[in-house]
Design a protein around this ligand. Sequence first.
Ligand SMILES: [Zn+2]
Length: 148
Amino acid sequence: MSLWQRIKQGFRSFMSGRYGADKLGMALLWSGLGFYLVGSIIGSIQGAAVLPFMGSLFTLVGFAAYVYAIYRMFSRNVDKRREENRRYENKLTRTKTKRKQAMMRHKNRKQYKYFKCPNCHSWLRLPRGTGVVTVTCSKCHNSFTQKG
Ligand SMILES: [Zn+2]
């Protein structure tokens, strides 16, 4: 067996039963790198007294994200790591949906008046120029008057 094969096999047996990489892990690595780079850029700017402190703070956050990402990869608590990743992906999907909806509201702002239900805070809309009408929320069935 060549040395490279031995290293590969050793690594595989080391990783067996451990969690490995996932989406959250990759996001932690990338944001860790981002924070680290921003931190070193801020820290190298001369002049303002607060900047070195901010720089070390960013670098520290970046480093912490890295340590956590590596800890997760080598973790044997696979169920817990899966749960973390699931929650992260759910949050990502929700953020994407929210952004998409905000873009739609912006795009249609001339045709529709958008407002939030005072009870459950979900977004509702009326065609512009409807006048004052009683609206019933499609989610919580709360009724209120709204100008369209
Ligand atoms: Zn409602």
